[in-house]
Design a protein around this ligand. Structure first.
Ligand code: ADP
Ligand code: MG
Length: 287
């Protein structure tokens, strides 16, 4: 299959690539691309969630959740199953609308009034647990496809990559540690390498904020260490929000940790304080 064939297939919403198409190629006519220069970061915070509530059949998945993320920070969100972590990401990315509360990206951009596509183009990238890579294409081609999604794929795919675009792909391959596997088909990568490729594909869009849901599930210890290194290296240039269960992993990367419980923030602080917090130990660590 050529790259063009695969893209064509990916764009068929009725096909198995439905999910990929939605996530990777949401460029249908009439969709609004948001100018990310409009994201006002002058106050030092990139995300403001205030009093967010989400109910499912009367059950409050989020209950007056208030949470702020600073520009360039690496934040870990932990909490027991059902605490509302994924729902929180759904609210940030526009997949779920809050019953009430406010969600702002920077000072002025109201996420609750934007479509998922607009939010993505404004600079919020989300890594799902389910991989959305193209298995039969190389690492390089996967990154190339991810880079092209913002434009008209039909015209851009037949154009040669510019030197600048090649450099960017090379740079991202280095960041995710796959420079030696550039021409390897993605299906032959290890589980961990696939996850890194997925992160690399997000980086091709140069997101201001990166949301990562349980990145180390199923990884070996060595892969977990490399993932910790990768996410740490992305902070500063990007704001990174990591939802994760694995406490050892969280300890290895965390600056500030937020504990969610029953849809709101139970505790927030450095890992040592969190681990010594009696309430946290009770609800999360099972003591
Ligand atoms: P976490 O990611 O922290 O494990 P979730 O955000 O996935 O938690 O879920 C929070 C709660 O909301 C859970 O009790 C879950 O069953 C419920 N929930 C999440 N999404 C839906 C939905 N679409 N419909 C009904 N209940 C949901
Ligand atoms: Mg979850």
């Amino acid at each position: 299959m050529t790259l063009l064939d695969d893209t064509r297939q990916a764009m068929r919403r009725d096909k198995v690539f439905d999910f990929v198409a939605e996530e990777r190629f949401p460029f249908a006519q009439g969709r609004r691309v948001v100018d990310r220069n409009q994201v006002d970061l002058t106050k030092g915070a990139i995300l403001y969630l205030e009093d967010i509530s989400v109910s499912f059949d009367g059950f409050k998945a989020l209950n007056e959740l208030t949470l702020y993320i600073n520009v360039g920070e690496l934040r870990c969100i932990i909490g027991p199953n059902g605490a509302g972590k994924t729902t929180m990401m759904d609210v940030i990315t526009g997949k779920t609308r809050p019953d009430h509360g406010t969600a702002f990206f920077g000072q002025v951009m109201d996420l609750t009034k934007m479509t998922e596509y607009e939010i993505a183009t404004a600079g919020i990238g989300r890594k799902f647990q389910k991989p959305t890579i193209f298995p039969q294409h190389s690492v390089f081609q996967n990154l190339e496809l991810a880079m092209r999604t913002n434009k008209d794929v039909w015209t851009s795919l037949v154009q040669q990559l510019s030197g600048e675009q090649r450099d960017r792909i090379d740079e991202v391959q280095n960041i995710i540690g796959l420079q030696d596997h550039s021409s390897l088909e993605a299906e032959h990568l290890s589980h961990g390498q696939k996850q890194w490729l997925e992160i690399g594909m997000l980086l091709m869009q140069d997101p201001l904020m990166l949301l990562v849901d349980e990145p180390v599930a199923g990884m070996t210890h060595q892969e977990m260490d490399k993932t910790a290194e990768l996410l740490t290296s992305l902070a500063g240039k990007h704001s990174v929000v990591v939802v994760e269960h694995d406490m050892d992993f969280v300890r290895s990367i965390a600056n500030t940790v937020t504990v969610l419980h029953e849809g709101h923030v139970l505790a927030e602080g450095v890992m040592d304080d969190i681990q010594n917090n009696a309430q946290v130990r009770e609800v999360y660590l099972g003591e």
